[in-house]
Design a protein around this ligand. Sequence first.
Ligand code: FE2
Length: 373
Amino acid sequence: MITRTQPVETPGLIADLDRGFSLPARWYTDPSITEREIARIFRRSWNYIGPLSQLASVGDYVTGYAGGVPVVAVRNEHGLAAFVNVCRHRRHEVMKGRGNTKMMQCGYHAWTYDLAGSLRRVPRAQSEPNLCLKDFPLLQIRIETLGPFAFVHLDDNAPSLMSLYGPLLDIIAASGIDLDALVPHSRDEWRSQANWKTMLENYLECYHCAVAHPGFSAAIDVRPDTYKLASHGWFFSQTGPVRPQALAGDTKVALYNVAGVVAQSQYHFLWPNVTININPGFPNLSVDVWTPDGPNATKGFSEQFFAPGVSEEFASSLIAFNKQVAREDDELTDSVQRGLLGGIPDRGRFLTASEQLVGRFQRMVVDAVGVDA
Ligand SMILES: [Fe+2]
C-alpha cells in the first residue's frame, strides 16, 4: 500500500527547496495555509489597484481588494488617496466599480464621505446626540505608483513600492514600450480551479511551453539558451525573443501580427501576486492579479493596455492569443491541483535550472508564512 510521505522536519524544508524538492502537497490544499498566506503575505504586500490614467481627475475612483479587504483609491484635490472601502456604520462597501464622483456615499443608509474620507452626512444624526461625525472617517491606507500603475498597502510601515520594484520600469522601457503613453483597453475577471501558488509556479517557468503552448512557442523562442530567467529580488523577469519564422509568417499555427516595435517578450512577476506581460509586435502590456479564493481556487483580473492608435484587429487578435495561452495553462494547473489534492506523492522534484524562479518563489512563500506552517 502506498502511504503518504511524512512532511520533512522544518529545518529540512528550505534545504529541500534548494535541492529541487517542492513544498509539501498540503501547502496547496489546506485552508489553514491559505489563511496564513492572507495574513502574512497579502496583508503585508503592495496590491495593484488600477491604472493611474483612471485616477487622473479629481473625483476619479477605482475599487479593489488588498489582502481580502475592500479598498478604494481616489483622486481628491490634494492628490491620490486610498481608503478601506467599508462604511464605518454597518461595514457595507461604500463604492463599487470605477468612475468619477463628488462624494463617497454608502448605498445602504447613505452615510456620505468626502473625497478626503471625512464623514460629512449621516441621515438622522441630529437625533443621535452622542454620534460625532469626525470620529468616523473612512480608514486611510497607503497608495503609491509604479510608472502608470497604482498600488495600495494596508501597512503604513512597509517599504516603498519603488524601493521594491523600481528597476522594473527600466527593463520594460528597454522593450520599446512607453509606459506613460499606455492606454487602458479592456479588463477581464476570471476564476480558476487551482491554488494561487500552483498557477504562479506555472507562470514562472517556460519548461512546459514547447509541450503545452504550440501557438506561444511558434511566436516566442522558448529554447533554454535564448529564453532568459532572472531574479531581481522582489520581482522576477522572463524574456524571450520573437522567432524569425514568426516574423516571416512562416509558422504552422496561425499567429497574431508579431512584427512591430517590441521584438522581445517580457513576463514579469511582482511578489506576491502581480504579473506584467509584454508580447512582440505593436506595443502592448497586460497586468494580471492572482488572488487566493480558498486553497483550491484562484480569482483574478487581467487589464490589457496598448500604445495609442492600436487597431481593433490587432487588439482582439493579441487578446485572443493571450486567452489561448491562459486556457492551456488553466488545464495544466487544474490537473496539478487534482494531483495535489490526493496528497500522493507529497513532494515534487523540480528542475533547479529551468525552474529556478519557482524554487525562489516557494522560498519566499516559506519565508513569509513560516516553516512551522
Ligand atoms: Fe504556460
